[in-house]
Write a protein that binds this ligand. Structure first.
Ligand SMILES: [Ca+2]
Ligand SMILES: [Ca+2]
Length: 243
């Protein structure tokens, strides 16, 4: 039955709108969350301290705390288990100055390893481990995943076109913009498509970036710049230093 005090996202609202597919809910069990939250968080910090290899345990604790704060702030009406797409996009925008919706959407999908449209706390910490402190190898994998828009294992000509068009349209020019972008795609392929099959495999991309590191973000900024990443770390890990 419909309860007028319920959240907009609760099942009774979904049921009240026939024809709409059930919304994937970024929601946890209120009971479980309330029970022994502190102990759960401690266990989580212990296991993430081992699996998220670029953070120490205290840093993991700070990231979990930030996660809880951000999630609670943006969804005060129910006990959420993570970030949905919009919340995550807001965070990428405010913390790292990202503005490109297409890229931010791909970053969301890259963090969301189990593909349930919700970034849970483990995905958050492990994602940030690569995002903030990843090795070159980890960042190459990450960027490739972001740029492979349809996830078929290749960055196609069309995908490059779409991404470059998206990032270049902000600087309008006199010439036909599509022509200019096609030229850029040709240049990218000439430089990076080592096996000449007209698309970039992971091997092509990896080799190109290892030869020329600047190609890592060839199709749009998807990693934080040094300044915002340092500011984020400083703010987030302040408490770690005090402990
Ligand atoms: Ca997920
Ligand atoms: Ca693809």
């Amino acid at each position: 039955m419909h309860d007028k005090n319920c959240s907009l996202f609760c099942r009774c609202h979904q049921a009240a709108r026939p024809g709409r597919p059930a919304r994937p809910r970024c929601q946890g069990s209120g009971d479980a969350a309330a029970m022994s939250r502190k102990r759960q968080r401690q266990q989580l910090a212990d296991s993430l301290g081992r699996s998220a290899k670029h953070f120490n345990k205290r840093e993991v604790e700070c990231l979990i705390k930030l996660f809880d704060t951000l999630v609670a702030e943006s969804s005060s009406r129910f006990a959420a288990a993570g970030f949905d797409r919009n919340m995550f996009r807001d965070t990428l925008h405010s913390a790292f100055g990202m503005t490109d919706d297409m890229i931010m959407d791909r970053v969301f999908r890259t963090f969301d390893k189990d593909n349930d449209s919700c970034i849970n706390v483990v995905e958050w910490v492990e994602g940030l481990s690569v995002f903030l402190r990843g090795t070159l190898e980890e960042r190459i994998k990450y960027c490739f995943e972001v740029y492979d828009l349809n996830g078929d294992g290749y960055i196609s000509r069309e995908e490059m076109f779409q991404m470059l068009k998206n990032s270049l349209l902000k600087q309008p020019s006199e010439e036909d913009p599509d022509e200019g972008i096609k030229d850029l795609v040709d240049i990218a392929l000439k430089k990076m498509d080592y096996d000449h099959d007209g698309k970039l495999s992971f091997m092509d991309f990896e080799k190109a970036v290892r030869d020329e590191n600047l190609l890592l973000e060839a199709f749009g900024p998807c990693l934080p710049d040094i300044k915002s990443s340092m500011a984020f770390e400083q703010k987030t890990f302040q408490e770690a230093r005090k402990l």
